[in-house]
Design a protein around this ligand. Structure first.
Ligand SMILES: Nc1nc2c(c(=O)[nH]1)N[C@H]1C(S)=C(S)[C@@H](COP(=O)(O)O)O[C@H]1N2
Ligand SMILES: [Mo]
Length: 530
């Protein structure tokens, strides 16, 4: 009888301890977010620990995450961190029922982990970044200590308050304390969100009030007929809200355009300079349609978009600074762009200055850049994958050499140089679609930025390659639509596509992975015709 009672009470204590641990973790996170909201939202523990995890994630795993979770990769990561934290919290809570100090000490240790992660971030602004984690850990440790006291009346070895509580009464005290803790934590969390929102308000206001100047050189008129009228084909111009997003930022940087600066300096820069946004906007701007592609895009994948960008020609700024490309005796062959969140991307100086429309973009489809896409200014170099060119939230441009410096992704085994590979994608029919026999329109997009698309061909099963009809070409830096009217016969069929670029090169059938310099191979879909 005694054994049964003590087993039951052990279970109850464990359950109360687990609840205490979870509440303590909740309190720790909420207080940390409250302090982060007051100091710097990007220094919150989930953001910094997540960021540190991202930085240390092997390229293959990161690529897998992007592929598997798509643009939800960050949510998946944050949920993962919270799940791990919850497990540990349950463990520490159970421990705390019998060893209050040890349990609370465990919570404090997490504060140290969070603080270390905060200080290790490349965008860390100093020791203040450790504050949210430390404050959260102290609040969490106190909460656990107090709740553990209530959870184990009379049973805590090191407790002086050891009144052997009789069941119901002490249980009620525990739940009252737990309720108070839950409400306090929820309030702290809500306040933290409120303050974090307020910190971004200056940036939001600066974006709302930004009036984009007219371009000195408008985009060349897009020929009628770039957009095919085929149901299911991708839009020629990707709306900002649909544009893919790939970056490592767990909190999207909210940069105030009024205080934003861009510095240009480094090797071979005779006249280093710092620009304000107004200074950039006062220069002659150009507007161009450019298709941006991510190196993590699988064959047939979605990480590509085409927009009308407005910006300052980057080569002009570099020339003013006295920079010469290597082919003209310049001493720097790599341009390293750095963002406010510490990301670094390296582009060949030769490419940036060879006459292509390399931009410091301020506008996207007629609007100031969305925060997700780099407000106030981002870089774009037609023909290069985003990770070696398209720095969002840019604040610094340093001229250096490929020998002297490896930027973020290169340190993680991606290639130093990465021109975009020729690719074609079938947008319709969708994989495993069912169609009636008869005419089926196959259509999609093809791209080979800088080289342009001159031919697209379709193959049904093992049949001959047949020319698709090409839509009008807007320019060599944009994708091009194509379609093919197929007389579909009953049965299962593989449809394969391949493109030829402006140099006459036919898209290779050699399949490669996205690492290290972009996927190659041909897109195909399987359809059933009845
Ligand atoms: N600051 C910053 N800029 C960045 C990145 C990043 O992680 N941080 N990712 C790059 C990558 S890999 C790509 S493909 C493009 C994507 O730009 P988008 O999100 O506007 O489509 O941004 C590039 N610029
Ligand atoms: Mo990318």
């Amino acid at each position: 009888m005694r054994a049964v009672t003590s087993f039951r009470s052990t279970l109850v204590r464990a359950a109360l301890g687990a609840l205490a641990g979870l509440l303590a973790a909740f309190m720790a996170l909420a207080v940390a977010e409250l302090v982060a909201g007051l100091v710097r939202p990007a220094a919150g523990p989930v953001t910094v620990v997540g960021g540190a995890v991202i930085d240390r994630t092997p390229a293959a795993v990161k690529d897998f995450a992007i592929r598997t979770f798509g643009e939800n990769d960050k949510i998946a990561l944050q949920l993962g961190i919270l799940a791990v934290l919850a497990l540990i919290a349950v463990g520490l809570g159970i421990l705390a029922v019998s060893h209050r100090r040890a349990g609370a000490g465990g919570v404090l240790l997490f504060g140290v982990v969070g603080a270390a992660a905060a200080l290790s971030r490349p965008d860390s602004t100093g020791t203040g970044d450790a504050l949210p984690s430390v404050a959260g850990a102290v609040a969490g440790a106190l909460t656990l200590y107090l709740l553990a006291t209530e959870a184990a009346p009379g049973l805590v070895p090191d407790g002086a308050d050891g009144q052997a509580g009789t069941g119901a009464w002490s249980r009620r005290r525990f739940f009252t304390a737990a309720g108070v803790a839950a409400v306090a934590a929820a309030s702290a969390g809500a306040l933290g969100r409120y303050f974090a929102g307020r910190q971004g308000q200056g940036a939001v206001a600066s974006r709302d009030s930004l009036v984009l100047p007219e371009p000195a050189s408008p985009a060349p008129a897009v020929p009628a007929g770039v957009q095919l009228k085929v149901p299911g084909i991708t839009a020629f111009t990707t709306p900002n809200s649909d544009f893919y997003r790939v970056d490592t930022a767990l909190t999207v940087p909210k940069v105030d355009a009024g205080t934003w600066r861009l510095r240009i300096h480094g090797r071979g820069v005779a006249r280093p300079r710092t620009y304000t946004l107004d200074q950039l906007l006062a220069r002659p701007l150009i507007e161009r349609d450019i298709t941006l592609t991510c190196v993590s895009n699988e064959v047939g994948g979605p990480y590509i978009g085409n927009a009308r960008w407005l910006g300052v020609p980057l080569a002009d700024l570099l020339e003013e600074a006295g920079v010469r490309p290597p082919s003209k005796g310049g001493r720097a062959d790599q341009l390293v762009a750095r963002s406010v969140d510490g990301m670094t991307l390296g582009s060949p100086v030769e490419d940036v200055m060879d006459g292509r429309d390399a931009l410091l973009a301020v506008g996207m489809n007629g609007k100031p850049l969305p925060f997700d896409h780099g407000f106030p200014v981002r870089m774009l170099v037609p023909g290069l994958y985003g990770y070696v060119s398209a720095c969002k939230w840019i604040e610094d441009i340093e001229l250096t050499t490929f020998d002297a410096y490896d930027p973020y992704w290169v340190k993680r085994r991606w290639a130093r140089r990465a021109p975009i590979k020729t690719q074609a994608r079938i947008d319709t029919p969708k994989p495993f679609a069912r169609h009636d026999a008869g005419t089926v329109t196959i259509a999609g997009v093809a791209w080979a930025q800088r080289r342009g698309i001159t031919r697209v061909q379709i193959r049904i099963d093992d049949g001959p390659w047949q020319d698709a009809d090409l839509a009008a070409q807007a320019g060599v830096d944009t994708w091009r639509q194509w379609s093919y009217r197929w007389n579909a016969t009953p049965g299962g069929h593989h449809i394969t596509v391949r493109a030829t670029d402006g140099t006459g090169q036919v898209q290779t059938e050699q399949r490669t992975r996205t690492i290290p310099d972009g996927a190659s191979g041909r897109h195909s879909v399987f359809v059933t015709v009845t």
